[in-house]
Write a new protein. Structure first.
Length: 280
């Protein structure tokens, strides 16, 4: 796999205000470590250097050790030196593991970011074949619940020919943290004049008691040859929607198609926060 790789930050939540903890997800070969730097332990400029220089900024850590998966880095009030507390913790995992296929995260090579948690990947399958897929993965444990909820929606829709095909669950160090979907080719995002096609796709979704929850032009892919539409992205879906909710969503579809959307599900990885004086 990737045992030869040097440790690298693959995800982070970074606040430069000094008021909040910063979180880093670091991959070292087949292992993934979670490092929290407590609020105020590093100044803003040093935090911004973390992606390229974290190994020298942080206290010495054996990232290839299997004895820990979490580290908390603090600055001692007495010595003013940085120190790390290591722990081996049972991290949150997706529990709705209904699909028989499980992909190792290391078998996915990122091609393009599609959102905060979502990207286009090249899947190096066990049989030697390569396949372009869309994968959505939690970066940190607090994002697992949302991934789990969306996974349950895909289970509800499995075999119904609605949305992209669910290809399997994505694992990190043996725990499920995401899922992989087929990459739909040859379609474009919907326009307001695709209303009839999108209504047909939405009726099919609603027939199974599922509301989408966040309709826009970017949540439908249209085939220009036959005019058919596919609904995508069930991050805000409700698999137990009532008739009133479904009706309101259907009635609001035309407005949703008229609204612009960037198609993403969040902000960039680095979040710059202003201090009390309004400076970054």
């Amino acid at each position: 796999m990737a045992d030869h790789l040097e440790p690298e930050i693959i995800s982070m939540e970074l606040s430069t205000s000094g008021r909040d903890d910063c979180h880093f997800r670091i991959r070292a070969g087949p292992l993934v470590k979670y490092v929290t730097v407590t609020a105020g332990a590093l100044d803003a400029f040093t935090l911004l250097d973390m992606p390229v220089d974290f190994a020298t900024i942080l206290p010495p850590l054996d990232y290839r050790s299997q004895d820990w998966n979490q580290a908390r880095v603090e600055r001692s009030a007495n010595t003013k030196e940085l120190a790390a507390t290591l722990s081996q913790t049972s991290l949150a995992a997706v529990t709705s593991t209904w699909h028989p296929v499980k992909l190792d995260m290391l078998a996915l090579a990122k091609l393009e970011d599609l959102g905060l948690l979502e990207g286009e990947y090249l899947w190096n399958r066990d049989d030697g074949a390569k396949m372009t897929v869309v994968a959505k993965m939690a970066r940190f444990p607090w994002e697992i619940a949302a991934i789990d909820a969306e996974t349950q929606v895909y289970e509800r829709l499995a075999g119904k020919n609605i949305g992209p095909t669910f290809l399997g669950h994505v694992q990190e160090n043996g725990r499920v943290v995401g899922f992989a979907l087929e990459m739909i080719h040859g379609r474009r995002h919907a326009r307001p004049d695709d209303l009839a096609s999108c209504q047909a796709a939405l009726r099919q979704l609603h027939s199974h008691g599922v509301s989408h929850g966040s309709l826009s032009s970017h949540h439908f892919l249209v085939n220009d040859e036959d005019g058919s539409a596919v609904v995508i992205d069930f991050a805000a879906a409700n698999a137990a929607a009532g008739e009133e909710e479904l009706a309101a969503e259907y009635d609001g579809l035309a407005l949703g198609l008229a609204e612009e959307s960037d198609g993403s599900d969040g902000f960039d990885e680095v979040i710059y926060e202003e201090d009390e004086d309004g400076d970054e």
